[in-house]
Design a protein around this ligand. Sequence first.
Ligand code: SF4
Ligand code: SF4
Length: 130
Amino acid sequence: MITRILPQLFRHIFSRAATNLFPAAHMPPSLTDALSDPDSPPNPTVPVGKRFRGRLNYDRSKCIGCKLCVRVCPAHATDYLAEEKKIIIHNDRCCFCAQCTEVCPVKCLSMSSQFMISSYDRKANIVTGA
Ligand code: SF4
Ligand code: SF4
């Protein structure tokens, strides 16, 4: 495991940050007014970098059920379904570290560019890949 993690660690230390600055250009003059006005338009989406880490994509059909993603996840965001030999991902627990995408031997996990994922429904943030 350590031989797989160390090269990733060094790659991340010496690569450029993949985060955006907050889009201050689209900040409304009054945040209080904007929040109390239901017709207030949302900010336009901002472009994200190639290495942006958004909501996880899971290709269930390619998954071989090896559980490496479950073992490596620091946030316990993945659950293993023993009967099906597949996983589900709780995006509301995910810290977007991308360790699972690096360790997956068949590359069925990937980070998307989707970042508007807040929801009142917890189940809306469970990724089943189905
Ligand atoms: S990106 Fe990180 S926190 Fe999220 S499921 Fe994968 S290993 Fe866990
Ligand atoms: S590491 Fe990849 S193949 Fe293994 S259980 Fe996780 S998603 Fe499936």
